[in-house]
Design a protein around this ligand. Structure first.
Ligand code: COA
Ligand code: MG
Length: 290
């Protein structure tokens, strides 16, 4: 998934707009974009929308972001929306493997109640958006077959730290948030899961979004959260490998195939070893290649 677009669950026409945005996934939000007094209506709206989409042949993946385990709202969220059979749950403020196991168990119960096959609904963990989550992010490996990726969030982290801002005067993340972003990348790699870059809140600034998303791709993220439909084409483009990148990856794979048993090969006067091969194979796999 390259682009995952948030839309408030009670957003009405915005929901249809999100589905037509070209996003790989739409995240129906029950958490921060919905005030407490709107939660109940938002759950009902989310269920109705999910059910209406079942017949669609080609559609973005549908995810629902629930309220975190410490809010007391998780069970009501899940009871309301699991019968709508979302593709996945976005799990805010996850705190390591034990919290994912906890959510997995709740989903298993709700799937049983709704008469759905066990394990069908996946989990995307917002694994680094609290201090405790950051320290526990390394414990997500092999904890649940539902887990499909992880992401992070500087806004919640800065609120928790009591920080004045999370970006400097040039718009760059300050040190505590660069650390959190890196932790998300390492935690995802350790768990062998895709890392999804956080939102870019300045949604009218498409040049800034492009640069920031190119940095994300460079560093190993494979997709990005979005908050506005205008962000989707930019994110999709950046995370779609260029013909040159694809050609280069094919050359690397072919060079290793031509020399079975070689630990390193030379291509155009440069050394390529196993990590290069893995990267090339991953790029080709991401476009459905070998
Ligand atoms: N999904 C679908 N459609 C959206 C959208 C979204 N996330 N954000 C904006 N739109 C629609 C608007 O409804 C508007 O539609 P219209 O032309 O038919 O009226 C159009 O895109 C242009 O919107 P714009 O005027 O540029 O923005 P806005 O001021 O209406 O909305 C936000 C700004 C931030 C409130 C809105 O983008 C939003 O709700 N984003 C998601 C917020 C969220 O879910 N946050 C939680 C995760 S951090
Ligand atoms: Mg958050």
């Amino acid at each position: 998934m390259r682009s995952l677009l948030f839309v408030p669950a009670d957003g009405g026409a915005k929901l249809d707009k999100a589905m037509a945005s070209g996003a790989d996934a739409v995240i129906i939000d029950l958490e921060d974009s919905i005030t407490p007094e709107r939660k109940q209506n938002a759950r009902a709206a989310a269920l109705e929308f999910l059910k209406a989409q079942h017949a669609a042949k080609q559609r973005p993946r549908l995810l629902v972001r629930i309220n975190g385990l410490d809010t007391g709202m998780t069970d009501a969220d899940l009871a309301a929306i699991v019968p709508g059979r979302p593709d996945a749950i976005v799990f805010p403020k996850a705190e390591g493997g034990s919290s994912v196991v906890h959510l997995d168990a709740k989903l298993t119960a709700q799937e049983a109640i709704a008469g759905l096959p066990e394990g069908g609904i996946k989990i995307l963990a917002q694994a680094v958006e609290s201090a405790a989550g950051l320290f526990a992010a390394g414990t997500l490996r092999d904890v649940s077959r539902r887990l499909i990726g992880m992401t992070w969030g500087p806004e919640d982290l800065s609120a928790e730290l009591g920080a004045e801002t999370n970006r400097d005067e040039h718009g760059m993340l300050t040190e505590p948030y660069r650390l959190a972003r890196s932790m998300c990348l390492y935690a995802a790699a350790a768990a062998k899961l895709p890392a999804i870059e956080t939102v870019y809140v300045d949604f009218r600034n498409s040049d800034g979004l492009r640069r920031d998303t190119q940095d994300a791709r460079r560093d190993g993220f494979s997709g990005r959260l979005a908050i506005h439909p205008a962000q989707v084409p930019v994110i999709n483009e950046v995370f779609t490998p260029s013909p040159e990148q694809i050609a280069k990856a094919k050359v690397v794979v072919a060079a290793f195939a031509a020399q079975p048993g070689a630990g390193a090969v030379g291509i155009d006067g440069k050394m390529f070893d196993r990590p290069h091969l893995v990267r090339a194979q991953r790029l080709l796999a991401s476009i459905g290649g070998e």
